[in-house]
Design a protein around this ligand. Sequence first.
Ligand code: RP5
Length: 175
Amino acid sequence: MSNLKVGIIMGSQSDLNVMSEAEEILERLGLSSEVSIVSAHRTPRQMVEYAQSARSRGFKVIIAGAGGAAHLPGMVASLTSLPVIGVPIKSRNSLDGWDSVLSILQMPAGIPVATVALDGAKNAGILAAEIIGAFDKGVTNRLDDYKKSLEVAVLNHDKHLKRNGWKGNEIEEVE
Ligand code: RP5
């Protein structure tokens, strides 16, 4: 596997069950990542240090997830010119997740955060791979294979449905 490419950070250990999906899909796409807990509110000094050293540590993209008053992605984006992908998380202190979505999405001009869906860590991993893939043919090929596998799965589900009908059939999740 290639050297460290993606930094995955989250505000709390309680975000891990969502954010682990980013690490899993990156691994499947042949990209290495490092997972860390860094909080904008509880460890602000470590957050600054992390963001300012990320480029020299070899990261190409940062994925940052947080719930509630989710300042981590935006603050990290303000401290580095690496692309930052934000994952809003429906945490125990969330108002249905909207607080986190809006905190991460509505960034002021000049400091973008590429915001994925609520709990959308898997898409954050895929988007990070696509950014890296723009300069790496091997990663692009693996992304193409992955998307092909999604197509094949849906076509198989459709074939299965036509053959067996929908009643009493388990619906398999696509990927
Ligand atoms: C945010 O507050 C974290 O990202 C987490 O989603 C949320 C709740 O944190 P805990 O109280 O579970 O540590 O900063």
